[in-house]
Write a protein that binds this ligand. Structure first.
Ligand SMILES: Nc1ncnc2c1ncn2[C@@H]1O[C@H](COP(=O)(O)OP(=O)(O)OP(=O)(O)O)[C@@H](O)[C@H]1O
Length: 255
């Protein structure tokens, strides 16, 4: 199992779109995927997968199995776990309840879709629970994206031990090779994909479609396939030690 977050302490860069499409591509390949939906503000993941959760994990975690909150979607091999509250609220729970996260074993991939709060704290908590993270830079908003990516990399790598394995440039028309090289130098990881800005992607959200599955945009599908191949090469990781993760998060976020 691998826990991966497309993470950046900056809103609207395309994290949810990328999480949804990469998950769908993995699901199509027969991989079992769970998406932890922590983006409770925008609820964009529920919107895209067309689900209306009747219960959230926060409401049942002290009474039932974590599996009772997991929703099967209509998309092949993809389940969603709606958190219902900020991950920060989960940190206040008993360790016994938090250890229930270790019940989640039947998946090849877990993705955490997180909101970008102004303090970045939700992003950092997601990183605490992730083995790997991949910042998503919005090329139409390069300077704030870069700042968000640097913050995320510093906290994730140095305090939480989540491994940055590359970054994605999203909403880009054309990225000069020299800019890509500069970004790689600044961020210290490789650019694993450049996704162009286009109306198919933009409209897919409005129309509640997972673009990869419609096959409407061949170029987009090739890019998603490349990201999937990249993730498949990453090593599977062992179980996360919840108490030690919580201790690290508290230290890293001065929570
Ligand atoms: N490559 C793209 N081309 C055009 N529009 C895009 C592209 N990527 C994302 N968008 C649009 O940008 C908006 C934000 O995307 P998304 O919700 O995936 O970002 P996010 O990082 O998850 O946002 P938040 O921080 O609010 O959770 C959406 O309306 C989406 O349709």
């Amino acid at each position: 199992m691998k826990v991966v977050t497309f993470a950046i302490a900056k809103g609207g860069t395309g994290k949810t779109i990328i999480t949804a499409n990469v998950s769908a591509a993995l699901g199509k390949k027969g991989k079992r995927v769970l998406i932890i939906d922590n983006d409770i503000g925008s609820r964009s993941l529920s919107y895209l997968f067309n689900i209306s959760p009747e219960r959230y994990l926060i409401d049942i975690i002290n009474k039932k199995s974590i599996k009772d909150a997991i929703i099967k979607t209509d998309v092949e091999n993809i389940d969603i776990l709606p958190m219902g509250k900020n991950l920060m609220d989960y940190l206040k729970l008993d360790i016994e309840d938090l250890n229930k996260f270790n019940e989640i074993k039947d998946y090849d991939y877990i993705f955490i879709d997180s909101p970008a709060t102004s303090t970045g704290v939700e992003t950092y908590i997601s990183l605490g629970f992730s083995n790997y993270f991949i910042p998503v830079i919005d090329y139409t908003s390069l300077a704030p994206s870069l700042q968000g990516a640097i913050n995320t990399l510093v906290i994730g790598k140095n305090y939480l031990e989540s491994e940055p394995v590359g970054f994605i440039i999203n909403k880009a028309e054309e990225v000069p090779e020299s800019v890509k090289k500069d970004l790689e130098k600044i961020l210290g990881v490789k650019c694993i994909a450049i996704i162009n800005k286009n109306s198919f992607i933009e409209d897919s959200y409005e129309k509640k479609k997972i673009l990869y599955l419609t096959g409407e945009d061949e170029r987009f599908n090739k890019i998603i396939d490349n990201i999937v191949n990249f993730l498949e090469e990453l090593e599977d990781k062992s179980e996360i030690n919840i108490p030690s993760v919580i201790a690290k998060i508290k230290k890293a976020t001065l929570f």
